[in-house]
Write a new protein. Structure first.
Length: 429
């Protein structure tokens, strides 16, 4: 069996012949209008239904081949019996745009094997949309929110908060509005293609606030971008033009990389351990509680996470903004004191608590989806914070971090011991 996947619309001179020879055609209703009347068709709605129809054809072909092998034949007869008399059974799948890009090709190859699938792609919906916007998309993060439900929507919004240019694919007409509502405080613009692949398809460019007040026809592509600073940053070595962004090659940045006051910055060695437990990445939301100068918040942002920094001191909040700008990341700053300041915030994937007692730790542990990391300086705080993490059902572990850095002493070096810090972490199973 051969599965021929054809991107629509596109210049495919072989399409009439493929349809004429097809044993089965799968596609959206508008695409099926051009199929000859005598060819069986299956509407491409839920992918599993289409896969089952193709599987049935494949099994029928196998059964006929086995039966034919048991029949006596002469040398003049063909050695292969097939379902159509024209060769292997032929399936034609009509798909919008480039079906290799977040399209049906992945499911077909997984089910029937890559050697059974032939693809004739057209320009993808994304490339067409960016073309209408007059905008390049080699530096865009592309999120497929189909089938992810509320969790997929949440992570798509987090990616839009963390990156300057994001495209989100979804069949949910409400998702562009939810993204717009979550970006009202940001300097962003949006474009939404709705009703993609139907006669009612349209593209509108609007502000996040305007998008948040609308509902769009199902099957959408949403593009979110920051109006300034969109160029691809120059980098040394190989530049990955698309796909997953590269993780930072250095983390636990030196304290000197941040505008700070010595008493409030989280030391580099503590940050390095904390990042290993927080595991920030694209689609995550991280809280940095008692953020101080925002060093942990900034480092999480460099890994592609959306970050909320909670800090009561207004002067420190100014330094957080300065440090975020210096490292080209975006951090949402909440000026307030935990736990009261946490009430209206969206639930985080991970939390770093750099300031606050057991009450704050308990409030964070109750809402963290994945983990909470706590930095404390005294033994009595360790006991109380560990109890708060355990009471929230988290599996708790920890370490005493005590580093000694090199410091010049005449023509030699000495070891300068930094203040010891207890790091506790609780992880949700």
């Amino acid at each position: 069996m051969i599965v021929n996947v054809v991107g629509i619309p596109g210049d495919h001179p072989q399409l009439p012949e493929l349809l004429d020879q097809a044993d089965l055609v799968v596609g959206a209703l508008p695409h099926l209008a051009a199929v000859p009347n005598d060819v069986p068709v299956v509407e491409l709605g839920p992918v599993e239904d289409a896969l089952e129809a193709i599987e049935k054809l494949r099994l029928d072909e196998v059964a006929m081949t086995i039966a034919a092998e048991k029949m006596p034949r002469t040398e003049a007869e063909p050695t292969e019996v097939i379902s159509t008399g024209k060769g292997q059974a032929q399936v034609v799948v009509l798909a919008s745009g480039d079906p290799t890009f977040f399209g049906v090709v992945r499911a077909l190859s997984d089910r029937f094997g890559r050697s059974s699938v032939r693809v004739w792609p057209a320009a993808s919906t994304l490339s067409q949309m960016f073309g209408q916007l007059g905008m390049s998309w080699d530096d865009a993060i592309v999120i497929n929110a189909n089938g992810g439900g509320p969790e997929g929507s949440r992570r798509a919004l987090n990616a839009c908060l963390a990156y300057p240019k994001v495209a989100v694919i979804s069949t949910d007409g409400d998702l562009p509005g939810r993204i717009g509502g979550g970006l009202k405080h940001r300097d962003r613009m949006m474009a939404v293609a709705s009703g993609v692949g139907t006669p009612d398809e349209q593209v509108v460019e609007l502000s996040p606030a305007a998008a948040g007040a609308q509902r769009f026809a199902p099957t959408t592509v949403t593009v979110v971008w920051r109006p300034v600073g969109l160029g691809v940053a120059p980098v040394a070595g190989v530049h990955v033009a698309a796909g997953a962004p590269r993780t930072p090659h250095i983390w636990g940045l030196a304290d000197e990389e941040f505008a700070h006051e010595d008493a409030t910055i989280t030391p580099a060695e503590v940050r390095a351990i904390a990042l290993g437990r927080l595991g920030p990445g694209p689609g995550d939301l991280v809280w940095d509680i008692g953020s101080g100068e925002g060093s942990v918040a900034v480092e999480c942002g460099r890994f592609g996470a959306a970050v909320l920094a909670v800090e009561p001191d207004r002067a420190a909040c100014v330094r957080i903004e300065t440090n975020a700008s210096a490292h080209s990341v975006e951090v949402d700053i909440v000026t307030g004191r935990a736990p009261a300041a946490l009430a209206e915030l969206p639930d985080p994937d991970a939390v770093f608590v750099g300031g606050g007692g057991p009450e704050v730790v308990a409030a964070c542990a109750a809402r963290a989806r994945r983990c909470v990391v706590v930095a404390v300086s005294t033994v009595d705080q360790v006991t109380a914070c560990r109890a708060a993490l355990t009471s929230a059902g988290l599996a708790v572990d920890g370490v005493l971090q005590q580093a000694s850095g090199l410091a010049g002493l005449g023509s030699g070096e000495r070891l300068a011991t930094a203040r010891p810090t207890f790091l506790l972490w609780g992880e949700r199973s």
